[in-house]
Design a protein around this ligand. Structure first.
Ligand SMILES: Nc1ncnc2c1ncn2[C@@H]1O[C@H](COP(=O)(O)OP(=O)(O)O)[C@@H](O)[C@H]1O
Ligand SMILES: [Mg+2]
Length: 364
């Protein structure tokens, strides 16, 4: 396995805007790096440039210490797994997995050893003689993975490999992939638009938007210390609440005005707020950091319940806070209903603050 380095990598198709712009990534050996972002943000293009299937317009790609920017795909020693894992329908599982090695003229005994090992790892040993149509969707996806594993490449590149599977199988395969990563000690670059896949599998996550990297961080860092409003709201369901507020000062304290209600901000936020020129700020509060209390509780904001969604293990409570909408996540035994007047408080240690113009976090 090997490290993968992208230096100032950009891609422009024809004379259109940049599909990928100035991407810098230092992917360590054995890392499971996830590229996350909405459709069209440049994830596939980035992966295809690493594979050599797409030429870079600018920049450099280094795999395992070797500059491969101008090396053809077949000589880069990487394996790709796509969403559409086209298996050869007339070949058995064994033949599908061994086909690439045969083309490379690898000795039969070595091919046999690798295919059987991969089949064992993937739980495919009983199915080696079957053809793709005699397999479930999940088993077919594992054959596609097997085909990549037997090559023992320097790195695996995976482009939304689970998106054709149904929800249950996707969860199951997600766990399997993570285990596979631990077992192979492989370098994996994994593309997805699914935040759950990114959060559960990635050792680090790269959040992209319009071809530009927004943040590279651990799942924990992405969730708890988002670099900007886009990252803050892209990860987390329901999305982080955003509340525009106006600030005023009372002595050493900052007060946020939300309509005619006020909220004193904790003193640890004073530093970042000092640098603000305009008094406007956007508060970011995740639904689990909004707490429901009695309507007359002191130091609470006054809100009205609009809708309650029971989710089984928790409830989502949609509220009006003056003219602002806000959603709270609460446990099962909360018994309010729509129309109720309630108080809400925020977990102030987990409050996010964004510049309303640049949308950058003020806390970094
Ligand atoms: N071959 C191509 N020719 C022109 N534009 C392309 C081509 N491939 C991708 N694009 C454009 O590049 C941008 C990024 O696409 P892509 O990397 O496929 O995004 P993602 O995988 O994140 O959905 C999109 O605007 C897309 O339309
Ligand atoms: Mg894509």
């Amino acid at each position: 396995m090997a490290s993968v380095l992208l230096q100032h990598v950009s891609k422009q198709f024809g004379s259109s805007n940049y599909a990928v712009h100035d991407v810098n990534l230092d992917i360590e050996d054995k890392e499971f790096l996830v590229l996350l972002g909405p459709s069209g943000c440049g994830k596939t293009t980035t992966l295809r440039m690493v594979a050599g299937l797409e030429e870079v317009s600018e920049g450099r790609i280094v795999i395992g210490g070797q500059d491969v920017t101008n090396v053809p795909p077949k000589d880069r020693d990487i394996a790709m797994v796509f969403q559409n894992y086209a298996l050869y329908p007339h070949m058995t599982v064994y033949e599908n997995m061994s086909f690439g090695l045969k083309l490379r003229k690898m000795p039969k005994t070595e091919i046999d050893k690798r295919v059987k090992e991969a089949a064992e790892i993937l739980g495919l040993s009983p199915y080696l003689a079957r053809r793709p149509k005699e397999l479930s969707g999940g088993q077919r996806q594992r054959v596609a993975l097997g085909r990549a594993i037997v090559r023992e490449p320097k790195a695996f590149l995976m482009d939304e490999p689970l998106s054709n599977l149904d929800a249950k199988l996707r969860t199951q395969t997600r766990v399997e992939l993570k285990r596979l990563h631990q077992r192979l000690g492989a370098t994996i670059i994994y593309v997805t638009h699914d935040q759950t896949e990114a959060m559960t599998m990635g050792t680090r996550i790269v959040v992209m938007r319009d071809g530009v990297v927004q943040q590279v961080d651990t799942p924990d860092g992405i969730y708890h210390r988002p670099a900007n409003q886009f990252v803050g709201t892209f990860v987390g369901t329901p999305a982080m609440n955003l509340l525009s507020a106006e600030l005023s000062r009372q002595g050493t304290e900052f007060i946020a005005h939300l309509g005619d209600q006020t909220l004193s901000l904790p003193t640890q936020l004073t530093g970042p707020l000092e640098s603000l020129i305009e008094p406007q700020v956007t508060l970011g509060v995740r639904p689990e950091d909004v707490h429901l209390v009695r309507a007359d509780a002191s130091d609470s904001l006054k809100a009205v319940v609009r809708l309650v969604e029971a989710m089984g293990h928790e409830q989502l409570v949609y509220l009006s806070l003056g003219s602002r909408d806000i959603v709270a996540r609460t446990d099962n035994d909360w018994t309010g209903k729509s129309g109720d007047a309630v108080g809400i408080t925020f977990d102030m240690a987990r409050l996010h603050l964004f510049d309303p113009v640049s949308e950058e976090s003020l806390l970094r």
